[in-house]
Write a protein that binds this ligand. Structure first.
Ligand SMILES: [Ca+2]
Ligand SMILES: [Ca+2]
Length: 392
């Protein structure tokens, strides 16, 4: 998804926001728990819309050569048979300069932008850090979407990274290698440049990815898996997750069997770009269940999107708008509570040079808080980049 401004669909100028009825019956059967209040969508500031990711299952895969996890929270390395504690200590990421903003109300501090190898004058979006903190997944577009939105024309501004398909969003990884990020374009990206991909998230083992492919500006959730250590092209998720409305920002539980995402879907039509809600679907007996609204705190803000659940499953983070956020949108969280989630609290508020942020993800050890942020480059121009903050 996109962090900022306007959802991708809007950015692409498609008919994305035109409500269209999903074909067939209502796959979700959910009730509308919406508060009835409208979002602050008309403030003129673009809305964050980024992605999240899904997580695949952490089940043991002895033949993969990958590390496998036991239920005890330890991880076994097949090559050595040695056990390591989970979570591992996330590596300190190579950073760029200190950021003036945003303001953390809890948990983290010292926000920095990431260095030039990750951030460019193009648009970096959809930040998602792997649970072990070694690999940053992100979306990258060469287009300056603020020019598209405000001036209605295409302006390619970002550099052509190796392997990039077209000018729109592709999914990349940045892997920490000493004091550098190694950046790679992934095979999940379609060669057809009419189908941009972004908003990815992965499971704890980085064996399964949930991401969004946009068709005429409308997002659907796709699932990709690794084969021989390499990401393979994905397929649209089966079941009732995808509708004719705009699904976005999928994220997975550590075991990969729970999927959270946002959508403007509701029974009978689509709610529109600024009225998204958070949904959950579970993988059971080989199928993804009919999505339900996420219960509790997460769906209490007016706008809700970009879900992220911590590796231990104890906290639900999202981006939202409400009266307790002194900006257009804030990052919130809610603690696990029974089968749902408890009361919300504001975690981060845009401030200083950071006029908007979203796309939160956190390493399993809680040490590093990654986000995508928006900065202003003068009237009618904004820029998207990825930043990181450290635990206090
Ligand atoms: Ca950028
Ligand atoms: Ca859709």
């Amino acid at each position: 998804m996109r962090l900022l401004p306007v959802s991708l669909s809007l950015l692409l100028g498609a008919t994305a926001c035109v409500p269209t009825l999903p074909t067939g019956s209502d796959a979700r059967g959910n009730q509308d728990s919406d508060s009835g209040t409208q979002s602050q969508a008309d403030t003129g500031m673009m809305q964050n819309q980024m992605d999240a990711g899904m997580q695949a299952d952490s089940s043991v895969t002895p033949d993969s050569g990958q590390q496998t996890m036991s239920d005890s929270g330890t991880m076994m390395t097949p090559d050595s048979g040695t056990m390591m504690n989970w979570p591992p200590a996330a590596p300190r990421p190579p950073m760029g300069t200190a950021l003036n903003g945003p303001t953390f109300r809890t948990g983290w501090q010292n926000p920095h932008t990431l260095p030039d190898s990750i951030n460019t004058v193009g648009w970096e979006d959809s930040s998602f850090i792997s649970a072990d903190g070694t690999t940053l997944y992100f979306g990258y577009s060469r287009l300056d979407f603020s020019v598209l939105v405000f001036e209605g024309r295409l302006e390619v501004q970002g550099p052509e990274r190796p392997g990039h398909r077209g000018i729109e969003f592709d999914i990349y990884t940045g892997t920490i290698n000493g004091n550098q990020w190694q950046v790679e374009n992934l095979a999940v990206n379609a060669n057809d440049m009419n189908f941009p991909e972004a908003a990815q998230g992965v499971d704890r083992n980085q064996e399964t990815m949930a991401y969004i492919r946009f068709t005429d500006g409308i997002g659907d959730v796709y699932i990709a898996r690794k084969n021989g250590g390499q990401w393979m092209p994905g397929q649209a998720i089966q079941g009732g997750v995808n509708t004719n409305c705009s699904e976005d920002n999928p994220t997975l539980s550590a075991d990969g069997n729970t999927l959270w995402f946002d959508s403007d879907y509701e029974a009978g039509g689509c709610r529109g770009k600024d009225r998204r809600r958070l949904f959950v679907s579970r993988y059971q007996n080989g199928n993804w269940s009919a999505p339900e609204l996420v219960p509790g705190g997460p769906n209490t803000t007016d706008q809700r999107w970009q879900p992220f659940v911590t590796d231990d499953g104890q906290w639900f983070y999202w981006n939202g708008e409400a009266s307790d956020c002194p900006a257009d949108a804030c990052i919130y969280r809610a603690p696990k509570s029974g089968n749902g989630w408890g009361n919300r609290e504001v975690v981060v508020v845009p401030s200083g040079d950071v006029v908007g942020l979203g796309e939160v993800s956190i390493t399993a050890d809680g040490k590093y808080f990654y986000f995508t942020y928006v900065s202003s480059e003068g009237p009618m121009r904004i820029q998207l980049n990825i930043g990181v903050a450290e635990a206090r």
